[in-house]
Design a protein around this ligand. Sequence first.
Ligand code: UDX
Length: 470
Amino acid sequence: MDQQPHVLILPFPAQGHIKPMVGLAALLCHTGRIHVTFLNTDHNHSRLTHLQALSTLFPTLHFKSISDGLPTDHPRTLQFFPELISSIKSVTKPLFRELLADSSRKSERPVTCVIADGIMSFAIDVAKELGVRVIAFRTFSACCLWSYFCLPNLIQEGQLPVGADEDMDMMVAGVPGMEGLLRRRDLPRICRIQLNDPLFQFFLVETQAMTRASALILNTFDDLEASILSHLAPLFSKIYTIGPLNALMRSRIGDGVPRSLSTFSNLWEADNSCMAWLDSQPLGSVVYVSFGSLAIMTRGFFMELWHGLVNSGKRFLWAIRRDTLSDAKGEQAIPVELQEGTKERGLLVDWAPQEEVLAHPSTGGFLTHSGWNSTLESIVAGVPMICWPQIGDQQINSRWVSEVWRIGLDIKDTCDRSTVETMIRTLMKDGREEIMMSMDRIAKLARDCVGQGGSSYHNLDMLIEDIGKI
Ligand code: UDX
């Protein structure tokens, strides 16, 4: 039997989870000594049309797929999240057990380690049951993860849920290390729903379950979140901080992969025409706008944002997925001033090649939903942010961006045209100097940690070494 390490990587089936995990898979396979089977759902596997190219670059990387239990034509959008998690548990879990058991019984190269998404805890249980080592990979920030671990404490103290009519600016006590910083409105979005809601319970249970894994991988870096990592450390026997993964890939693999990992791990096809448009814009003049892969918004918010962008008088590139609008209500003709302002200074695309856009010299700011990948990509590119967080971890990420790292402005819970306009002007002009001083410092820390001798570079070596111990 082949004694080379064989890692099975299982992401949660969403863009923001698949992308960093594909990055990790490539980094492991780049060693040439580790075999990786990357397990997508059948649905996502059929959308990821460039995976074969990645297998050609990394011959020890293989892709397989498994059912998520939902019918082919199911929309699988954010509104249906509870259906997805329930069907994964009832349908995917037994299939996963069969696949892993078959690997031990029949395969020439049995799986020696499972790396499971931090919200796919069934895989931790199955791997342990079958005697396979398992490591959890939580794809978001350490600060959000730590706040999730403190939820039982917050419940016990009667601080949750946070009702819509409560004072959202009140400071939260009960999350050690965040005193005087965390307001109610900065808590992860689930804190605003009922405690018996299946979604709240899901995250509560999944967070605790992660500690059953033998170690934890985080896409963050020590210099960015050191104080919070020290709170998480006692909960896990080992934490490998190996972020920002997109920068670590570039540092470790270099020209072996195209500039952006997105080419391979995108669930949407990027509209590259915006790069030529950026080429024709002045240096640092464009605000890039994107709300990631899951966020949805009402038509009312969409129009407020659009007015704010146009009224700011700045140039903008807006990546707006076709499924972003949560309602068709109030559909009406686009006001002339929006049409003209956009024609003069803006460009709208369905899906942008985000990492290339952020790295482009014409891009000067990022109006973002504060998804963790987007936040890290902005840091790596040294582009300051305006944060308009929507769901999950984004509320807390944006607080860190504005108050801890001071590399952006947080406009959570307010979305009117005048706030958007004012904040864009502040970011691009009046308040820029101060924000850029912090941004340059943090971007340098990000670059240093992925270079030889840096913490993430070193931690990846440790992970590779530990995976190698069969
Ligand atoms: C959400 C969370 O907020 C995130 O923190 C969590 O870990 C996963 O779920 P998502 O909405 O996908 O994620 O945002 P984000 O984490 O920022 O990831 C989006 C990815 O899509 C980024 O890597 C970004 O580069 C890419 N993207 C987005 C594009 O390539 N083009 C686009 O037009 C928009």
